[in-house]
Structure formats: C-alpha cells, structure tokens
Design a protein around this ligand. Sequence first.
Ligand SMILES: Cc1cc2nc3c(=O)[nH]c(=O)nc-3n(C[C@H](O)[C@H](O)[C@H](O)COP(=O)(O)OP(=O)(O)OC[C@H]3O[C@@H](n4cnc5c(N)ncnc54)[C@H](O)[C@@H]3O)c2cc1C
Length: 421
Amino acid sequence: MRFDTIVIGGGMAGLSAALRLAEAGQKTLLMASGQSALHFSSGSIDLLDTQGDPRAALPAFMAAQPDHPYAKVGLANIEASLTDLQRHCAEDGLPLYREEHNHQRITPIGTLKRTWISPATCAYVTEAPVPDSLLLATLEGFRDFHPALAAANLATQPRFAHCRILTGEIRLPQLAEFSRNPHEFRSADIARLFDRQPNLLADLAREISRMVRESGEPACRHIVLPACLSLGLVGPRLAELEKLTGCTLREVATMPPSLIGMRMQEALKRRFMALGGTFLTSERVLGARYEGDKVIGVHSQNGDDQLFEAAYFVLASGSFFSRGLESRLGGIREPIFDADVLSLPERDAWAGRRLFDHHPFMGFGVKTDDKLRVLRGGKPLRNLYGAGSVLAHYDPVKEGSGSGVAVATGWQVAGHILAEV
Ligand SMILES: Cc1cc2nc3c(=O)[nH]c(=O)nc-3n(C[C@H](O)[C@H](O)[C@H](O)COP(=O)(O)OP(=O)(O)OC[C@H]3O[C@@H](n4cnc5c(N)ncnc54)[C@H](O)[C@@H]3O)c2cc1C
C-alpha cells in the first residue's frame, strides 16, 4: 500500500498534520495505535501560560529557547495553524472560543486555568463580569464531578468574590440503572443514554428548573454541568436545554474519560476523513525500513509482513503517556525509528523530588533539525518529520504549551512536506 504521506499518531499533532496534507490533496494515511492525550485532556488548547496575550510573549520566549519547537515554527505559522484548527472544527460543527488574550477555564475542582482556545460549550471566565450567582450541578450518584469541592475552591477566586455559588443535584430515575455499579456510572455511559433517548432532555430541563427553584436563589440563571450530555456534538443539545430552562448552561470537564477532548478528536477525525484521508485505528507501528537516509515504509502489529510505503512520514506518536517515548532501565528510547533522544544519563536527575517540582523528563524527546526532521545517528532522516509531544525541548506542563505545540508543529511539518512535492 503506497501513500503520499503516512502520519503515525492520531492525537492533536498527527491530526493537525494530516488535515493540512489531506486538504492539499495528498493521499494521506493516519495510523494510530489507540487513544490519545485528548481522551484525558480538558479539550482546551494551551498556547503559553501568560497573563494577557501569549502571542506578545512568544517572540521573547522563542528567542530565549532556540531549540524549542515553537522557535522552529515561528509566530506567524503558529497563529495560522491555530486559525486552521478553528476552521476545521467549525466546519464539523464544533465552534471554538478564543479572545485576544488567554481566558480562564473553570476546572473540575473549581480552580481557574489559563488557556488560549476552548470549545464554546465549556465553562470559562472572560473579561465580561462574572454573574451574581452560579449553580454548579451534578447528577445524583455521579462520582466524577463534585460541586461542593468545586464551589469551595471557586469561592476563593477574587473574580468570584461577589458571586453566590450554589450547588445542586439532578435526580433522574432513568439513571438508576447505573447506580448498581459505579464503574458503569461514567460520563460516557450517561452521554450514551442521552444520545439514545433524546426525550430525556425534557426531564432534565424539568429537573434543572426544580433545582434552581429549590436552590435558595431562584433568580439564578447560570448553570455549570459535568460534560456528560452527549458523546457527539453537544452544542445543539445545550441550546435546546437553554430554551427549555431559560438558563445559560456550560460544561466542566470530568475525571477521564474526557468527553470534551474526545469530541474534538472525533470532530477532527471526521473532518480528515471527509477530506479523503484514511484513518487506521488500533494500528501500532512497530518499525521501519530504510534506504540510505530515507524511510521507505513502516510495518505494524496487524499488518503481518505488509509494508506501508510513502514518500513522506510524520512521527506524531506522543510522549511517555502514549508510548511515543519509552522509559527503560537503560534510558529513554523512541521505539519505532530508534531516533536520537534528548535525555539525561543520570536516572536520578530525570524527576524532581516533589510532585509539583520541575521534572526534567517532561522536556525529553526526539531531536530534530530546524525543519523538524527527525535525527537518527546524529543526522536527519530526509523524509521523516516529528511533531507534537514526542519532540524534545518543550515542557507542556511548566510552559502551558501542550496542544499549542502539537497543533503548530503538526501544521508546520505538513507545510515542509507540501513545499517539497
Ligand atoms: C493526560 C493529559 C492531559 C493533557 N491535557 C491538556 C490540555 O488540557 N490542554 C493542552 O493544551 N495540553 C494538554 N496536554 C498536553 C498534550 O501533550 C498535548 O495537548 C497534545 O494533545 C499532545 O498531542 P500529540 O498528538 O503530540 O500526542 P498524543 O495525544 O499523546 O497522541 C499520540 C498518538 O500516537 C499514537 N501512537 C503512539 N505510538 C504509536 C505507534 N507505535 N503506532 C501508531 N500510533 C502510535 C497514540 O495512540 C496516539 O494516537 C495533556 C497531556 C496529557 C498526557
């Protein structure tokens, strides 16, 4: 099987690259072994954790770190990549929200987290005044969102000083079947039920109205719910609920699985396939065949002896979390191409002593040249590009740059490939 480009990895980086390539008319294959970080993430795209406009901070940030992936993309292309992502999501019916500066997402534990782009259905704080009252609600028996904890934390935020934060519980007898086994009472189980039984929405609306009436603040019109009302695009469902209740409704991410991240993954995947791309799931790439300094094909766990051939390859297999990088007693390795990896020889130096210390291993990853071509034996492989969290020289947690780097580098390597053909 021969393609123009094969992308390894179905997370944010792989999808960003694959979408640009497919849209430009390339015969593109995306191979993904399993879930990506999106299945566990907030679904927001962090660009850089700064107050105000992160784009204003990026030039100095890149100048100070010339090896950082952002520095290999450049500000104009970083912006173009994010605009493209918003366009693709909008085309699939998933509107994303952003301002000219970072906004703050309300997290499941009621803290505020700065980010650049969020799905429009999420609960976030903008420049607009915070309402006088806000009701954090959950579903009776649901364990993955705790309004009392979130309310206590939110109440300590200066922006919420004047806001009366209420909590409530929605009781739906239709959910009783899940209570038998708490492992079945997850956001995805609830969402599946709402997707199967659209009539449930009217009952939910009645329950929300009851909860508001009994909350002690019947004038409250702002409700935050755990993200569990649909596996698919939830916007129309929330709009319908808003019509029925007269309240604004926003979602907060729950403990994983994160439906907000999964919806984004599915939206981008659908869009890629609508553009003619081929997405192979449960397809772990094991190794590659080379001719000189070029990769000529990759083989996978399911493919027996089959070689998937292409003119270009993108390595977007993620970090340790997705097994794009592996930690062994002997050191850190990239398992598919045995690419050159940045790490520290002394194992004790890999991690800080405390959980919230700086952890050097977060910056470990695959080395690339200025065009993001993957290095092997000190030299770039001519047609293999790296993108996303498999890359060295960036720390998504410390910098607050996780998906920003993934989107930007995926988009950039697609641009390098398109410039060559
Ligand atoms: C739990 C978690 C939550 C996060 N939350 C956020 C957030 O809210 N906002 C943010 O900006 N950043 C977040 N991040 C940072 C995250 O790294 C980036 O956001 C980004 O999603 C990473 O994308 P990626 O495509 O590089 O890697 P991943 O999303 O990890 O995707 C890697 C892909 O490669 C596939 N793969 C791996 N090995 C192989 C193989 N051998 N063959 C085929 N496929 C393979 C995997 O199955 C997966 O599809 C989070 C990270 C983690 C781990």
